[in-house]
Design a protein around this ligand. Structure first.
Ligand code: AHR
Length: 493
């Protein structure tokens, strides 16, 4: 019996709904084909947005969407993507496959997408190759209510009222594809660009500085030291790559050792957050600045016979566990982590949705977001589960991984992942009350959904949940994610 303990008397902060955010770039078939098909497409759509994809994303309560990149953001000139579509510039997408970008999805289309999804827009603006004026004018175009050149232009393009845009990224990966800058140089550029990103009327910008690549603590430290007072948040990017960047490994054909190595690398998110947060605590002891992990997820070799620049990969139960453990870690770090954005929503990297023509498949990762959505805006509870180490050769991970939260109405939500590929575990949790629902996602590590078999991996009821005066008992099978909701919970004596 493995003991799972939840401390009801120790709420540890609020799990911001934006920890369940997503990221969509002009990359491969993410925007074009995956989300946007245009109003004249035979694929069912509303104003060009795929109806099936919008419905699916609404079902998992997508809270925030980051756009237009990624590396694409620092080459994106927003004025190319407004006005009559026939007059919009056609350009080459240099980062991603060298394909033609016709700019048919631009600012108005993105804001329409967010309207349909009911989510917050997060716009990542161009610091790497754009001008200060260009960035400043984008804010004005979107949010200024009154007479101004940009507000007039917006009206000419069919939108009288300003939009409300809160989340504003000032550059992306400026240590790499966003200009290969040193932290001191970026920090000064950040100070300059953000000066001209104005708050118009009621709209209040939440300014986000480009943060570190994975373990680059020096970047976080220097950017905070030089520019911390001008930002609301700083970012962090971390990808789980099982092999090297040249040979990352297959998304579906992997060994037991690769399985555990992937999970071991995914769990690096925890020390990574701890270390960046330690620096933030030193530079910002009041805790004013948020940490945003606006790119995360598993990154494998592309599927055979697909464009290497499109980053299209399948998604298995291994990815479901990467997502489950990572989201548990985000929940547990909600004191500082205020947003996270999985890379990327549709057809790119660890996507929640795959499409092919008019067909759509929900990935195992999608189902994890579904099982976890009850954590959004809930109070984090202290939790712990006894977990033996499991693994193969040098790659070792704790078998069980948990987080727990409580909604304002009182319901407790537990999410538990079993990372072992062979061993099931009997769990005894100290909570009593009434188990309202128990759901389970499980399968072999390589199990995945295809267009021919879209429901191979999908949530099932969690059988055998037993609640009495001594607590809650259930069994979790190998390679599984369980979500349990408990009403009127209290701790067993
Ligand atoms: O998500 C794919 C790419 O990964 C993004 O464009 C970039 O920011 C990161 O390097």
């Amino acid at each position: 019996m493995n003991r799972l303990t939840v401390n009801l008397s120790k709420p540890m902060g609020t799990i911001h709904r934006n920890l369940y955010g997503h990221f969509s770039e002009h990359l491969g078939r993410c925007i074009y084909g995956g989300i946007y098909v245009g109003p004249d497409s035979p694929i069912p759509n509303q104003n060009g947005m795929r109806t099936d994809v919008v419905q699916a994303l609404k079902h998992i309560a997508i809270p925030v969407l980051r756009w237009p990149g990624g590396c694409f953001a620092d080459e994106y000139h927003w004025m190319d993507g407004i006005g009559p579509k026939s007059a919009r510039k056609r350009m080459v997408n240099t980062h991603w496959g060298g394909v033609v970008e016709d700019n048919s999805f631009g600012t108005h289309e993105f804001m329409e997408l967010c309207r349909q999804l009911g989510c917050e827009p997060y716009i990542n603006a161009n610091l790497g190759s754009g001008t200060v004026q260009e960035m400043s004018q984008w804010v004005e175009y979107l949010t200024f209510d009154g007479v101004s050149p940009m507000a007039d232009k917006r009206a000419q393009n069919g939108r009288m009222e300003p939009w409300r845009v809160k989340y504003w990224g000032v550059g992306n990966e400026n240590w790499g594809c966003g200009g290969n800058m040193r932290p001191e140089f970026y920090a000064d550029q950040y100070r300059r660009y953000q000066t001209y990103c104005r708050n118009y009327g009621e709209n209040r910008l939440y300014k986000i500085a480009c943060g570190a690549n994975s373990f680059d603590y020096d970047w976080t430290d220097k950017v905070l030291q030089i520019a911390g007072r001008y930002m609301d948040a700083i970012t962090l990017h971390y990808y789980t790559v099982p092999g090297s960047w040249q040979h990352k490994g297959s998304a579906t054909a992997f060994t037991r050792e690769e399985y555990y190595r992937t999970l071991e690398k995914a769990l690096q998110m925890e020390p990574l957050l701890d270390n960046h947060i330690r620096i933030m605590d030193m530079r910002d002891p009041q805790g004013r600045i948020g940490l945003i992990v606006d790119e995360w997820g598993a990154w494998y070799d592309v599927e055979p016979d697909t464009n290497p620049g499109f980053l299209y990969q399948q998604n298995t139960m291994r990815d479901a566990l990467v997502a489950a453990a990572t989201l548990n870690i985000f929940n547990q770090h909600c004191r500082r982590v205020v947003m996270a954005n999985l890379a990327q929503t549709v057809n790119v990297l660890q996507s929640v949705i795959l499409t092919e023509g008019d067909q759509m498949v929900l990935t195992p990762t999608y189902h994890v977001f579904d099982l976890y959505k009850a954590h959004q805006d809930a109070a984090l509870l202290e939790s712990h589960v006894q977990a033996p180490m499991v693994g193969q050769d040098g790659a070792q991970v704790p078998a069980l991984h948990v987080s727990a939260s409580q909604k304002a109405g009182g319901r407790v939500h537990l999410t538990l992942a079993n990372l072992s590929d062979q061993q099931s575990y009997a769990i005894h949790c100290n909570l009593t009350g009434q188990a309202v629902s128990g759901r389970l996602l499980h399968g072999a590590p390589q199990a995945h959904n295809t267009f021919d078999a879209p429901d191979t991996v999908r949530p099932q009821p969690l059988d055998g949940v037993c609640m009495d005066g001594h607590g809650l008992r259930f069994e979790i099978p190998p390679c599984a994610v369980a979500a349990i909701e408990i009403e009127a919970a209290h701790e067993a004596l």
